[in-house]
Design a protein around this ligand. Sequence first.
Ligand code: GLA
Length: 737
Amino acid sequence: MTISTNKSKTLFHLQTDHTSYIIQELENGELGQVYYGPKIHQKESYDNLMTREIHDATPSLSEGMQDFQPELIKQEYASFGKGDYRYPAFPIEQPNGSRITEFKLQNFAIKEGKSRLKDLPSTFDDTNDDAQTLVLNLKDQITDLNLDLNYTVFPHQDVIVRSSTFINSTAADYKINTAYSSQLDLPDANYDLIQFSGNWARERHLYRSPLRPGLQSVSSLRAASSHQQNPFIMLARPETDEQSGAAFGFNLVYSGNFKDSVEVDQFDASRVMVGINPDEFAWNLQSGTSFQTPEAIMSFTEDGMNQLSQQMGAFYTDHLVAPKFAKQERPILINNWEATYFDFDEKKLMSIVNKAHALGVEMFVLDDGWFGKRNDDTTSLGDWFVDKDKFPDGLGHFSQQVHDLGMKFGLWFEPEMISCKSKLHEDHPDWMVGDPNAQLIPSRHQFVLDMAKPEVVDYLYEKISQIMSDTKLDYIKWDMNRNITDTFSRYLKPEQQAEFAHRYMLGVYRLYDQLTKAFPEVLFESCASGGGRFDLGMMYYAPQAWTSDDTDAVERIKIQYGTSYGYPLSMMGAHVSAVPNDQNGRITSLKTRGAVAFFGDLGYELDITKISEEELKQTKEQIDFYKQYRNLFQFGKFYRIDSPFEEDGNITSWEVVSDDKSLAIVGRYQLLNHPSVAYQRQYFVGLDPNKQYTVNDSSETFYGDELMNAGYFVKMAQVDGNYSSDFHSDLLIAKEI
Ligand code: GLA
């Protein structure tokens, strides 16, 4: 039994293969949290875990219930105004202005499986993988509003998915001021908060800090999950490392404003909340309507952060990503952005296509600049018709030539945007986000379309689907190159303005939903100036994302390493680009650029008509190599070994291992080469201790335990062709014999 109750139906025990999550109805009818952690035995009750002592200077629920002090009780989904001074999960404003509610358990249902949400990206259980769903139905004693707390247990990946549904079947109208997706009250605060933060071209760097009293949070108010903060966080015990120790992972299936907060209270309990950012959010819960929060993901392991990443990643592959693509090998692509920027025509592109084809590249992606009059970034967003100067015979003709070579064809769009210099703006100046009475705020010379307005979504669907059909498109790179600051919708009513950021996302999701349903064969890649919307909401529709605009191999080590905590390699677009690198001018060898980009969905993003014969040869070898091991690189078990975020950080290593442990590839990267260094060894992880392996087809064989515990000797870096001995890389391939 994955979800069970006790005889009196007051206790709900959710069990995965290795974890337990327990909820209990309290004596006032509200819900308390009993436990979340390693799996424990099923019992009728856990009285000891619910023991109370009376504390001074904090309120009791009533005179008759002196020891019922809400602030000392681990709450399942905390209301406002009932004696718990910590931050609430959901204040609801009533017609008289009060926000005090008393939601009590009414009934519950346990169902097999997990269905998708209607208007939001969500997890699912199409394969009947033993998922079970519990719905706890609560009713407010004051307003008669209903609240469903939804839990789905995915036993084999040790994941629990939570969301809330507010249902107004009353005659009155209400306003939700905050609606978190999940809450977890942990009994102590001896954890490190691990977050993934950065900015454009420096996404998802790891920051680890001990919890401290008070509120700490990561969040976004950009109407996108953002480069700056990612919704994925972990709480790990101070001693937890990659290979051992307890860690919780939290994520949100959402791409807009979010907030993950941890509040350490006066009794050293930690309240974790994950959901839509309550700032810049309110929702009118009118009579007869309901509001569904996005889904939050929770996972726990005792076996270290690699295990946590692996189980969460496996969960997304099985229960979040479009099943058609989830385990399908992703094509090796060439993208013309860094090769040509806006300066191209059909002839120039065809010379890249032909050369790429000869190297074994499988898809050509035409990036920005093929539409309207877009010869730079000041114009034409919204004008989704082909530029006849660049493609005199139309885009269909160009894509036909790509297809004729047996290659796939991909195309860049930035659907949510509008340039002032565009036909779309001439026709619909009022479709832009922003207050027309105020000065509008440009970013990269562009403005945002009001995706909360259904007509805008319909227009985009029509334009984009037309081009997809005309070009028989195989792949879309859906970009989003600016965030929203002047939050105002001319379409929405004054009282709906605080709904805008969420309604914007619902519009984006509707467009994604319609396009992916109409073109189920097309692979979508999401992008937001690189990794500015690298989140699970996007991954539901677009199984992979452009990880970062920074294609420098050295920078990418940190970006990909950080990203790997929350997202599997198949989600990460990773390209080899030219040197000196366009973002930072660094020169690294083609070997190192390849060795970093292999760990993801490989692509090339440089003008291959301009590289030397020697480099062409090497590129072909890289492509052949990647094809041989592609399944392992995209879908193997990924282990982080040596972290670039450690103080020295000179060596990074990571590894992919096949499920049967017969094959493993370590990527090892050294930033600077130092003289007279000690002998260096690479320690493998995740091998079978009893299996025998060769390394890089060596004549000597090694037991797995030897490679993991004694390590493998790594030669000192040497000058690499024309490149220096800095930024050196090694790939170590262990094969079972
Ligand atoms: C963003 C993307 C790039 C490229 C450009 C085009 O920056 O991240 O990969 O597509 O837009 O304008």
